[in-house]
Design a protein around this ligand. Structure first.
Ligand SMILES: N[C@@H]1[C@@H](O)[C@H](O)[C@@H](COP(=O)(O)O)O[C@@H]1O
Length: 245
């Protein structure tokens, strides 16, 4: 794992966007793996700004999102489909039919998980996956204890994750208790991974990531086993995260 230390959220967002823009320019048909949450919003803003200023095109790009809440349709403003439309897809020239997110409003979740996993594979896999990290080390919605062999699956969210994500909802009771997420092995198949970490609240997670062995009790630690991971972390997250364990 390579770690790039940056000053703040703004710089993290800028550098991550610049990297994606370069990759899209090199390979206009790239398959991008995208994440939600608060962390990537600044990066998406930079991508939109660049698209308008410099014309970077996403017409041939295919995107796969990590996860989706169960019970929310794509028109629900708390769904990750809605988030992605609002924060990125509606503002660039990506073809909507080439933006994939697991469906959270189906009856047969096992079939949906199989469909999504196969969709990624039949499209040639993910070239560049963007990740955030939960305070408890979750990536996507892979909570502590998830098997490193997991594929796309249905998860029960931990109460700490529900509490952390309640800020996006009117009331904590509205936060879905389940989600469909790409599994750890699905994420690890990506050719390259960028993990964004910002803010003091994430310093403990960063510390554990850098200092613990790869263990299923801290899902992000699996990234230690991946050949091409870059962490872009800001000062607030890095300071206090004992970088030299
Ligand atoms: N499923 C998402 C994750 O993909 C994300 O990384 C995490 C951290 O979110 P934030 O960036 O808001 O801290 O939140 C959610 O649980």
């Amino acid at each position: 794992m390579k770690i790039v230390e940056v000053k703040d959220y703004k710089q993290m967002s800028h550098i991550a966007a610049e990297y994606i823009i370069r990759k899209v320019s090199e390979n206009p048909s790239i398959n991008l793996g995208l994440a939600t949450g608060g962390t990537p919003i600044g990066m998406y803003k930079n991508l939109i700004q660049d698209h308008h200023l410099n014309g970077t095109s996403y017409q041939k790009v295919t995107t796969f999102n990590l996860d989706e809440y169960i019970g929310l349709s794509g028109t629900n403003e708390n769904s990750y489909r809605y988030y992605m439309n609002e924060n990125l897809f509606n503002h660039i020239d990506v073809q909507k039919g080439k933006t994939f997110i697991p469906h959270g409003d189906v009856q047969d979740f096992e079939a949906e998980c199989r469909r999504y996993e196969e969709l990624i594979e039949t499209n040639g896999g993910i070239d560049l996956q963007i990740l955030g990290i939960g305070n408890n080390g979750h990536i996507g919605f892979n909570e502590p204890g998830t098997s490193f062999n997991s594929k796309t699956h249905l998860v029960d969210l931990k109460s700490s994750t529900i509490e952390a994500n309640a800020r996006f909802f009117n009331r904590i009771e509205e936060v879905p208790t389940q989600a469909v997420t790409m599994g750890i092995s699905s994420i690890m198949k990506s050719k390259e991974i960028i993990l964004l970490i910002s803010g003091e609240a994430k310093k403990e997670a960063l510390h554990q990531l850098l200092c613990s062995e790869a263990t299923e009790s801290f899902p992000a630690s699996v990234l230690r086993n991946h050949p091409c991971v870059t962490i872009i972390a800001d000062e607030a997250a890095v300071s206090g995260a004992k970088l030299y364990c």
